[in-house]
Design a protein around this ligand. Structure first.
Ligand code: PMP
Length: 428
């Protein structure tokens, strides 16, 4: 009998021991880092709970602090119009969309937001996802497959990398913001790819410099790629009206194939979007797993994003204030001899300090002095390139900026004099 024969062919079971989570190398690394910090008396700067909505100021452990660690670039998170729209929406629609939009999760605000975003860019359509991270993962993995090629700036965000990996496409990177190197990669890459996607960021999240979009766009005709620009840190920031990278360079937005952005930063909500042609939006809505099989964006978040766009469009002085603040921060930091790397002085200004330990200690020293700015350490950046990252908002005062730069320079000098850093200790 068939059953008996197939059972005979199956080898006897091998007892496999389950891996304990405690034995994962990643867990051991976390424990080692924790032990080293405790031994050195360095407090963990991450996961500190804020007791208020963090903007230009915040409250931690009951202390009011100047805050440079919030994405609320235009101070809209507590804007009365945004709050009123959010409250109204909660009253009518509750909190959750309670289903995928495809089935029972569609609400009027979804189409309204997507039309607003499309109009904002002057493109045909847009589609929203429940997080910025998911937007990159879902869109890239939907549009690209194993027969395709993705070429990206070496500094692009982890979410785009995750999308590329999931897509199964061949991945090549080019030197940061170097259009010549991009051309070199496009010219020399072997293989007959079905489609090519090039991914850059408008303002780079770790370095705060701006994509060299005009030079990259020049390559489009020859190499026939789709261009995708992540506007997470440029929406509401670049350009006179805060429209982003296209306005900054005076480019026709329809010449970029895929605009990506997040709703969690300038628009003080949560979620992300892709904007471009009607066909692009239709494909994503019909086939992107992260859209079709995920809950619709919460109505309250959809309404808050719309309300934030209202303010962004009606109060361009906020964009101007952010620009002034970014330029002032950069100028003062450079005058104080701080290493601001590549920053163009808009939304993100890093201060490079060397190794991870020094960055963590500097962040803690600033906190003690009443300033909250978080370190970016390995593996988010290469070891030796650790930094404090300052997010500039329209709400910071000149005094707060002057004080922060002065204190940062002073505390960094103290650390240098104490020769504080990884090289000075011996962690086993
Ligand atoms: N892209 C970039 C460049 C980002 O910096 C981030 C988050 N910081 C994201 C995408 C993901 O957006 P979200 O946090 O809204 O999920």
């Amino acid at each position: 009998n068939r059953m008996a024969r197939s059972e005979r062919d199956v080898p006897p079971p091998v007892r496999r021991k389950q891996t304990r989570f405690e034995d994962l190398p990643e867990y051991k690394q976390v424990q080692t880092q924790k032990a080293a910090s405790e031994q050195l008396g360095i407090e963990n700067p991450f996961y500190r709970a804020h007791q208020t909505a963090a903007g230009a100021t915040t409250v931690i452990d009951g202390r009011k602090l100047i805050n440079f660690a919030s994405y609320d670039y235009l101070g809209l998170n507590r804007h009365p119009h945004v709050l009123a729209q959010a409250r109204d929406t909660i009253n009518t629609f509750g909190i959750s969309a309670s289903a995928s939009r495809l089935v029972a999760g569609e609400r009027p605000a979804h189409a309204e937001l997507e039309e607003r975003i499309a109009a904002f860019y002057g493109v045909e359509a847009s589609v929203c996802f429940v997080s910025g991270y998911l937007t990159n993962v879902a869109a890239i993995s939907c549009l690209m497959g194993p027969k395709d090629l993705v070429v990206h700036d070496e500094f692009i965000h982890n979410s785009a990398l995750a999308g590329i990996k999931l897509s199964g496409a061949t991945r090549r990177l080019f030197k940061h913001n170097d259009a010549n190197d991009l051309e070199h990669v496009l010219r020399t890459v072997a293989g007959d790819y079905r489609r090519i996607l090039v991914i850059v960021e408008g303002v780079y999240s770790m370095d705060g410099d701006i994509a060299n979009l005009p030079a990259i766009m020049k390559l489009k005709t020859e190499y026939g790629f789709w261009l995708m620009v992540d506007e997470a840190h440029s929406l509401g920031i670049l350009g006179k009206r805060g429209k982003g990278t296209f306005e900054h360079f005076g480019i026709d937005p329809r010449q970029v194939d895929i605009w990506m952005g997040t709703l969690s930063k300038t628009t003080s909500s949560c979620g992300g979007y892709i904007a471009g042609s009607a066909a692009l939006a239709a494909v994503l809505k019909a086939t992107a797993g992260g859209f079709v099989y995920s809950v619709g964006l919460a109505p309250v978040l959809t309404a808050s994003a719309i309300a934030s766009l209202d303010i962004l469009e009606s109060e361009p002085e906020r964009v101007a204030a952010l620009k002034r603040n970014g330029a002032l921060f950069l100028k003062l930091a450079q005058e104080a001899g701080l290493d601001t790397g590549l920053s163009a002085g808009f939304s993100v200004v890093p201060v490079l300090v060397g190794d991870s330990l020094r960055a963590v200690q500097l962040s803690n020293d600033l906190l003690a002095a009443g300033i909250n700015a978080l370190p970016i350490i390995h593996p988010a950046v290469p070891e030796g390139m650790a930094r404090l990252r300052f997010f500039i908002t329209s709400e910071h005062t000149e005094e707060q900026i002057r004080q922060t730069v002065a204190v940062t320079a002073e505390k960094l000098k103290d650390l240098a004099e104490r020769n504080f850093g990884l090289a000075s200790i011996d962690i086993q």
